[in-house]
Design a protein around this ligand. Structure first.
Ligand SMILES: *Cc1c(COP(=O)(O)O)cnc(C)c1O
Length: 412
């Protein structure tokens, strides 16, 4: 490499080509969506904007699969979490939280900061949460102190997806009337979620994961039962309050000036999702996730890496968490991947900090983009002398090719 004239070191600031993004949020934003946002701002109530907002809310209903209300905040997922909590619960209320990983823990921390009392159902970070244990806890709650069950559908830290319909079934069998609130931040638009059919009362999402948008929008969907609980709940709130937001698509809907350009982007992203078709989109995620698992399994035969999620059917289709053996610094793998190999991947979170890294394959992702990420990870393992068996990328390619041969041409 040519030395940099100032520092006399290789100039690592000059990068050619494009950077790849394989974090489990933010995810890649399609060109079409970027272009839709690249436009002039306009009057608050310009009909063009109102149309875009109305179409976006309708589109979100289709993705959540609900007839319920949609609330859109200028916020990230944490904002939408807080909105769900302050509208339906008040200090002293008890919420039951099945432990799924780092994100059930962070949601718990937030609820506790708001004065909500948390009862945890302990869980392993390597398997999905146990719906029967939720049913058990509710059956034991004879006085009805538990007001809500907070479930993280896909915990992005563990890359495990839990069975929401089974939670609903356990809740029904216990005869308890707590609300079911589901964090779909990492699952919406990547894997099937059916708010109404599955009986979720509140669902929470954010723009920067499966919805293929930049960070900055948070969403709550709420059914009639949740709205009724909200109306009876005197807990103070203003920006997050659902009631004034249930009034069309104007100033009050957003509790102030709307995020105009983001809404144009959201509408475009939802259009691309429906053009692909939700089912085909879920299938694409499934195939790309399986290709990733194949790669990790090959690398892992040398003993230094393994998939965090032990049960294949519970593995998230949007992200894959990979544990590293003692002595292998997962943070270093992530940094080298980002700074030298041009691929952004996720680090380990919470108890997995430094002990895991995560490959995101959600949102606007196709096979060659995934191959690039996997090849860069494989190259990083080699570069850092992490024991691994070569051939992971080949295994991933073979998986996708076999799928195409068996199922005909694909769009990815
Ligand atoms: C990303 C994520 C969050 C947090 O979202 P932010 O936008 O970073 O606030 C919460 N829950 C899950 C499951 C996530 O994947």
């Amino acid at each position: 490499m040519a030395p940099d004239s100032v520092s006399n070191r290789p100039n690592v600031l000059i990068k050619r080509g494009r950077k790849f993004l394989n974090t489990p949020g933010p995810t890649n934003v399609p060109q079409r969506v970027q272009n839709a946002m690249h436009r002039d701002t306009m009057d608050l109530n310009d009909p063009e904007f109102v149309d875009a907002a109305v179409e976006s809310f309708e589109g979100l209903r289709k993705v959540f699969k609900t007839e319920g209300e949609i609330f859109t905040y200028i916020a990230n997922g944490h904002g939408a979490w807080e909105a769900a909590l302050v509208n339906t619960l008040k200090p002293g209320d008890v919420a039951l939280v099945p432990e799924t990983g780092h994100f059930s823990g962070s949601w718990t921390d937030m609820a506790e900061a708001l004065g909500i009392v948390i009862q945890t159902v302990p869980g392993s970070w390597r398997e999905a949460m146990d719906p029967a244990a939720v049913g058990q806890a509710l059956s034991e709650d004879k006085e009805g102190r538990i007001k809500a069950v907070l479930v993280v559908h896909t915990d992005t830290a563990t890359s495990i997806t839990s069975d929401v319909p089974a939670v609903r079934k356990a809740m029904n069998e216990s005869g308890h009337d707590a609300l079911l609130m589901v964090d779909t931040i990492a699952s919406l638009g990547t894997t099937d979620f059916r708010m109404d059919e599955w009986g979720a009362d509140v669902a929470i999402a954010a723009s920067q994961k499966g919805l293929m948008m930049p960070p900055g929008l948070g969403f709550c969907a709420a059914n009639e039962k949740a709205i009724a609980v909200h109306k009876a709940n005197a807990n103070p709130r203003r920006y997050w309050d659902w009631t004034p937001r249930m009034s069309g698509a104007g100033y009050r809907t957003f509790c102030g000036t709307s995020p105009q350009l983001q809404i144009f982007g959201l509408r475009e992203g939802l259009r691309t999702l429906f053009e692909e078709g939700l089912e085909r989109c879920f299938e694409r995620h499934r195939v790309l996730s399986q290709a990733t698992h194949k790669a990790v399994e090959v690398w892992g035969t040398a003993g230094a890496l393994e998939l965090n999620a032990l049960v294949p059917e519970q593995r998230s289709v949007g992200v894959t968490a990979i544990r590293t053996a003692d002595g292998v610094d997962a943070n270093r793998i992530r940094e080298v991947c980002r700074d030298e190999m041009m691929v952004g991947i996720g680090g380990g979170l919470g108890d997995l900090g430094g002990k895991a890294f995560r490959i995101g394959h959600m949102g606007d992702m196709n096979a060659p983009m995934l191959y690039a990420a996997l090849a860069s990870v494989e190259s990083t393992l080699d570069y850092l002398d992490v024991p691994y068996k070569p051939g992971g990328v080949t295994a991933a390619i073979e998986h996708v090719t076999a799928y195409k041969k068996a199922n005909g041409p694909t769009t990815f």
